[in-house]
Design a protein around this ligand. Structure first.
Ligand SMILES: Cc1cc2nc3c(=O)[nH]c(=O)nc-3n(C[C@H](O)[C@H](O)[C@H](O)COP(=O)(O)O)c2cc1C
Length: 431
């Protein structure tokens, strides 16, 4: 057990955080992750120490609300309060309607997605693309705040640091959002251009924190208690949001809370406890998705959990061939039962993020020590020029014409307009 002298402020993550009428029990949040943070996973994380969990984004497109996918995303049956729903879209009126629709279905907080780089659900200017269009972003914020205020529902905003390294406008947008009535701002320390490449930087998050009176949440690459402490110290943020590091390791929230509260490292969980959590999670998961989709989508959660275990990769491959709930549960139960005999405590606690599943993942096993809060800021360069050129083309409606590289040279158009423009989320499907 390592002991560490902690600043008083670092212990604040265990303190409640008030958002208008809603009280969050602590300041460790699960990041919204499409295809991952469904209701069963959010509940698992809350049970294991997360104070708050935002749903996967729900589109503002009314015609999609009755789709199976959206209705599953809007499912909050039995979910521990507070219930927060993230909405994504580009039309202020549609976004206001989407907010009201989700409030009718139990949302107590509405989160606006201005951080998503994915094409699939958002169209060109939705998600993080809105950061490049501050007037539209602000109109959306104002419309949603106006819809939510009479219902006493706080509105929060999730964004990136900016469009690209040379255009980080998070502070300006966050200030405008605060003036428009947003109750909390989360900043993922990457630009839209970065997608999931490179490393998150925390200077911009610190600047946003310094500029706002409402709470600011730091997000990006927090994958261990030591990193959580370093990010808190560097940014002065009011709360931390954790995404990928919770995949397969949802107990990271209580590990971080314990470390920040006591300065000591929590022992790895008992293998039998992890086994019980996983099996309960599976049952809850099947309950939401049914057998066919349930078995298939559960594979990624199981894969993330076992991948660092002895024999984990072989098990993952075998398990991927099973197609009934019963067979999947039996396999997991047997595998973890055998593991428990050799390892009464979970043996795979050292790795931070689950290993790379796509080329967008940051390097593994990166540790930022409390005293080592150096940030990595990609300097202006080809990426910035390309970023500008692409956005200029989109603004000018020339998406299908060849563009320049910012220096007057023509470049071949990417295969799809978005293929070279919008990085996708790391695959959540692949275990
Ligand atoms: C599979 C996946 C899906 C995501 N889906 C969303 C989403 O629906 N809304 C959103 O605001 N961010 C989404 N994100 C971004 C995360 O919320 C978070 O900002 C990002 O992963 C950085 O945090 P981390 O380093 O702790 O993972 C997603 C990320 C991943 C990996």
């Amino acid at each position: 057990m390592s002991a560490l002298l902690l600043p008083v402020s670092a212990t604040l993550v265990s303190a409640p955080l008030r958002l208008g009428p809603v009280e969050l029990p602590n300041r460790l949040f699960v990041a919204p992750m499409a295809g991952v943070t469904d209701r069963p996973f959010r509940m698992l994380c809350k049970r294991l120490g997360a104070g708050y969990a935002v749903s996967e984004m729900v589109t503002s497109k009314r015609e999609l609300w009755s789709s199976l996918k959206t209705s599953r995303r809007a499912n909050h049956d039995g979910e521990t309060a507070p219930i927060a729903v993230q909405i994504a879209g580009v039309d202020p009126h549609e976004m206001a309607d989407a907010a009201r629709y989700n409030i009718d279905r139990g949302a107590q907080v509405i989160d606006l997605n201005m951080g998503c780089p994915a094409k699939k659900v958002c169209n060109v200017w939705a998600g993080s693309a809105l950061m490049s269009n501050e007037p539209l972003a602000l109109r959306i914020i104002q419309a949603v705040v106006a819809a939510c205020a009479p219902l006493n529902v706080p509105v929060t905003l999730k964004m990136r640091t900016g469009r690209c390294a040379s255009e980080r406008n998070a502070v300006a947008l966050a200030r405008a959002a605060e003036s428009a009535g947003v109750a909390l701002v989360t900043v993922h320390g990457r630009t839209r251009e970065q997608g999931y490449t490179g490393l998150a930087e925390y200077d911009t998050i610190a600047a946003v924190k310094a500029a706002l009176r409402v709470p600011v949440v730091a997000n990006g690459d927090i994958d261990s208690p030591a990193k959580a402490l370093a990010v808190l110290r560097h940014t002065g943020a009011d709360a931390l949001m954790i995404g990928r590091a919770a995949q397969g390791r949802p107990w990271i929230f209580r590990e971080i809370a314990h470390f920040l509260d006591t300065g000591t490292t929590l022992a790895p969980p008992a293998t039998k406890d992890v086994s019980a959590w996983m099996l309960e999670h599976l049952q809850d998961h099947y309950g939401l998705y049914g057998e066919l989709a349930g078995v298939r989508t559960a594979r990624k959660h199981i894969g993330w959990a076992v991948r660092d275990l002895p024999g984990g990769e072989d098990f993952r491959q075998t398990m991927n061939m099973l197609d009934t709930c019963e067979a999947q549960v039996r396999a997991v139960s047997e595998f973890l039962g055998q593991l428990e005999e050799a390892h009464p405590h979970w043996p795979a606690n050292a790795g931070p993020h689950p290993p790379c599943t796509t080329r967008h993942e940051p390097p593994r096993h990166r540790q930022l020590h409390p005293q080592d809060t150096a940030t990595v800021l990609p300097g202006p360069g080809r990426g910035d020029a390309a970023c500008r050129a692409r956005d200029d083309r989109l603004r000018g409606g020339e998406a299908h014409a060849g563009g320049g590289d910012g220096a007057g040279r023509r470049q071949p158009e990417p295969r799809s307009r978005m293929a070279g423009h919008q990085p996708q989320y790391p695959a959540a499907q692949a275990a």
